[in-house]
Design a protein around this ligand. Structure first.
Ligand SMILES: Cc1cc2nc3c(=O)[nH]c(=O)nc-3n(C[C@H](O)[C@H](O)[C@H](O)COP(=O)(O)O)c2cc1C
Length: 191
């Protein structure tokens, strides 16, 4: 079983990556494989509502990472999407990418149904819960079970032992959810 870690920060090794790395370690300790998807710092287009994706389940624009993100999501059993908090919301570039990926694959194709998902945010001080709410909207729209931790999934910049605990617990809970789903599929295959 594999979980995709999407780093929605332009910084490959920044605070968001640091939070996701704690989740990754925890997942790996539970026997879950991981892979990374970096949104990077190249320009990302916004959705233009052309609805070309209605036929293809892919975005008509091929000059950024949107379709690559869809393929990565399809190959994963679960996903964690991380973002830095920008003005009390997720990174706008990440939202632009998610709008297009989820409109193409999820709104028109229902391709992500059943994949457990969680959002993680890193922030200096405030705006974390509003940012989490925004990212969770993609999951609840898409029939993706939202995995929780023992607090809201936020980590503050620098040393944040509480943030680390939240990330560790999230990894444990994601692993449990994946194993339960896997067992259910095996049972339904037997019947
Ligand atoms: C444009 C911009 C807006 C920001 N707005 C907030 C904010 O509203 N609240 C906050 O706590 N931190 C804010 N920050 C700080 C970042 O969210 C924080 O440093 C984050 O952990 C950086 O993650 P990264 O290293 O993965 O990019 C902002 C940073 C930038 C660049």
């Amino acid at each position: 079983m594999k979980v995709l870690l999407i780093n929605g920060s332009p910084h490959k090794n920044g605070e968001t990556a640091s939070a996701l790395s704690v989740v990754e370690k925890s997942l790996q300790e539970q026997g879950i494989e991981t892979s990374w998807f970096q949104i990077g710092s190249q320009p990302i287009r916004g959705c233009i509502n052309c609805c070309s994706c209605k036929q293809t389940n892919r975005c008509v624009f091929t000059d950024d990472k949107c379709n690559e993100m869809i393929e990565n999501l399809l190959q994963a059993d679960g996903v964690i999407i991380g973002s830095p908090v920008y003005f009390a919301g997720p990174n706008g570039a990440l939202c632009a990418l998610l709008d297009r990926a989820f409109y193409a694959a999820s709104n028109f194709g229902h391709l992500f149904v059943g994949k457990p998902a969680a959002a993680v945010v890193s922030c200096w001080r405030a705006g974390a819960t509003a940012s989490l709410d925004r990212i969770n909207k993609y999951f609840s729209f898409s029939e993706m079970p939202v995995v929780s931790s023992n607090y809201w999934n936020m980590k503050h910049d620098g040393v944040d032992p509480y943030g680390n605990e939240i990330m560790e617990k999230l990894g444990i809970n994601m692993a449990k959810m994946l194993k339960v789903i896997d067992e259910q599929y095996k049972k339904s295959d037997e019947t």
